[in-house]
Each structure stands twice: as structure tokens, then as C-alpha cells.
Design a protein around this ligand. Structure first.
Ligand SMILES: Nc1ncnc2c1ncn2[C@@H]1O[C@H](COP(=O)(O)OP(=O)(O)O)[C@@H](O)[C@H]1O
Ligand SMILES: [Mg+2]
Length: 286
């Protein structure tokens, strides 16, 4: 019996074709910052991403269909429907941070959304906004306007993924806030199935695809502490690294601190002990 065929590698995931319609997405423990994969891995990071995505996929089926078929006992492998992915990233921002903050400071706008004057870094927006980005094959994703995104995917499909992305964000942000986590922003990827229907794919609402902030320490007016890669980014910045490959090795304390943040995000959001997930990954599907 030949094994599944390796069909691609992302920065974090290895992709295998199970057959004509199904993919196996294996989330490794690789971590990237500033779009560079670092030489040091974060143990169990791939399991956190896989478990959290499956948790959200299971709970958001009423909002839109997704690619999830199952999670394997290793906790890091997702069996999913093979989609034809759209060439855009569907970003939703509820708070002003990262490239959204950068663009706002420079132009007063984010992806064509004109925002009120005088907003501070980290400020909550009166309504979440849809801010699409290109899917760079190499290098950095770039924020684009609705008009630019609509050239890439067509106006009707874009309106549909905008609606779905905002609905998914609102659902997840409400859920997370009740568990003490602010989802400042997040990125979705949609694709088309064999019937050309739009389906949510990739990972969803994880610390790699989102900014998660502890709600109790939140105060607009600067960068926020976070459950995501900020800890690693801060370390990388302190080393004076120029953000081109190769990235720096991470010391044991940074590895342990980062692992703890990923696991805490998983446990807070799911209400499930990470050890229970490791023992039986199907706990997130119930
Ligand atoms: N259901 C799917 N069908 C086809 N491709 C998918 C599906 N879900 C995710 N992908 C693609 O698999 C890759 C995931 O690997 P990842 O390491 O996250 O990549 P990246 O470095 O682009 O973030 C991405 O290119 C994503 O678009
Ligand atoms: Mg990815």
C-alpha cells in the first residue's frame, strides 16, 4: 500500500493527498516570525493549532461549511476536503493593530476603510472591518482594497466571503471574550469545492492566524501582551536579527514560554484540558 502522496509544504504544514478529493494537513511544530521559519520548534504547537481549528470548525458549521473531515489520533493531522483555494486572505479586524495600525497611521485608512481620526494603537473599532490581503507566494502578504480583491476573486464571491468572515469573527470574538480573550484580528482562507461552493479551509481562529490578547490586561494606547507569537517576535527583535533567513535559534526559556502561551490559549478558548486533547483529539469535535 503506498502511503499518502506529499503534495506541498507551507511554512507550518505538510500537505498530503489521501485521494482525489481529500487532503491530510499535518501541522508541524515549526514557528515563523516575520515570514521566516525559525530553526527551533515549539513542542506541541502543531497540535494546539489542529485542535483549536477543529474546535472552531465544529462550532461554526451553522455559519458556513468548512473542509474538516476528521482529526487523526496524533492530534496534529487534519483530514479535510481538497479545495481550490481563493488567492486572497480574508482578514477581519475588531481592533487596530499590526499592519492595520501601520496603515491607519500613514493614511487614516485600512484597506479602503476610512476610520475616525485620533484612534490609538490597539483601540477597539466601533464595528469589525473586513481587510483582505494578497496571498504572497514568497515574502509578505499585502493589504488590498475591496476593489483590488474583487479583481482577484470576483465581486459576488468577495461579498460572500466578506459576509462569512465577519459572521465567523463575531461568533468567535463573543465566545473568546466570555473566556477572557480578545480576538483582535484574524485571518480566514476560503476555497471552492467540486460544486464550486465557497468553503472555509486552512486553519481557523488559532494563535498563528489571529491576535489573541488577555482581556484583563487590555488597555488601548500601545502594543498589547498576547498569546500569539509576540513573545517570540519580541525575542527576535532584541537579538537585532535583520528579519532575513536564517532566523535565530530560540533559547529554552523562550521555547517553554511560547509553548505555555499556545497551550493556555487552547485551554481558555476550548475549556478543555490540553492533556485530554492529547489523550483523545476527538474531544474538540463534540
Ligand atoms: N482544504 C484545503 N485544500 C487545499 N489547500 C488548502 C486547504 N486548506 C489549506 N490549504 C493550503 O495549505 C497550506 C497550509 O500550509 P501552511 O503551512 O499554513 O502554509 P502558509 O505558509 O501558506 O501559511 C496553505 O497554502 C493553504 O492555503
Ligand atoms: Mg498558514
Amino acid at each position: 500500500m503506498p502511503g499518502p502522496m506529499h503534495v506541498g509544504s507551507g511554512k507550518v504544514r505538510e500537505l498530503y493527498a489521501l485521494d482525489g478529493e481529500r487532503l491530510l494537513l499535518v501541522a508541524t511544530d515549526r514557528i515563523s516570525t516575520f515570514d521566516v521559519v525559525l530553526p527551533t520548534e515549539i513542542p506541541d504547537k502543531g497540535r494546539v493549532l489542529t485542535g483549536l481549528s477543529a474546535f472552531w470548525f465544529t462550532r461554526t458549521r451553522g455559519i458556513c461549511s468548512n473542509h474538516l473531515l476528521g482529526v487523526r489520533p496524533d492530534g496534529r493531522s487534519t483530514e479535510c476536503r481538497h479545495l481550490a483555494m481563493l488567492p486572497i486572505e480574508c482578514v477581519v479586524r475588531g481592533y487596530l493593530s499590526g499592519s492595520g495600525w501601520r496603515d491607519y497611521r500613514a493614511t487614516g485608512e485600512v484597506c479602503g476603510h476610512r476610520l475616525p481620526d485620533g484612534l490609538r494603537e490597539g483601540e477597539r473599532l466601533s464595528e469589525p472591518i473586513f481587510t483582505p490581503a494578497t496571498k504572497a507566494v514568497s515574502g509578505h502578504d499585502e493589504n488590498i482594497t475591496w476593489a483590488q480583491a474583487s479583481v482577484l476573486v470576483g465581486p459576488d464571491p468577495l461579498a460572500e466571503v466578506e459576509r462569512l468572515s465577519l459572521a465567523l469573527y463575531r461568533f468567535a470574538a463573543d465566545h473568546a471574550l466570555r473566556r477572557g480573550i480578545i480576538i483582535a484580528d484574524t485571518k480566514f482562507e476560503f476555497g471552492r469545492d467540486e460544486e464550486e461552493r465557497l468553503v472555509l479551509g486552512d486553519e481557523a481562529l488559532t494563535p498563528d492566524s489571529s491576535r489573541f490578547w488577555p482581556a484583563d490586561g487590555y488597555a488601548a494606547g500601545g502594543p498589547q501582551p498576547s498569546f500569539d507569537k509576540q513573545f517570540v517576535r519580541d525575542f527576535c527583535e532584541r537579538t537585532g536579527w535583520d528579519k532575513t533567513p536564517p532566523g535565530p535559534e530560540l533559547p529554552a526559556a523562550v521555547v517553554a514560554g511560547t509553548r505555555a502561551r499556545y497551550v493556555e490559549a487552547f485551554e481558555r478558548l476550548t475549556g478543555i484540558a490540553f492533556a485530554s486533547y492529547l489523550a483523545d483529539p476527538t474531544v474538540v469535535l463534540r
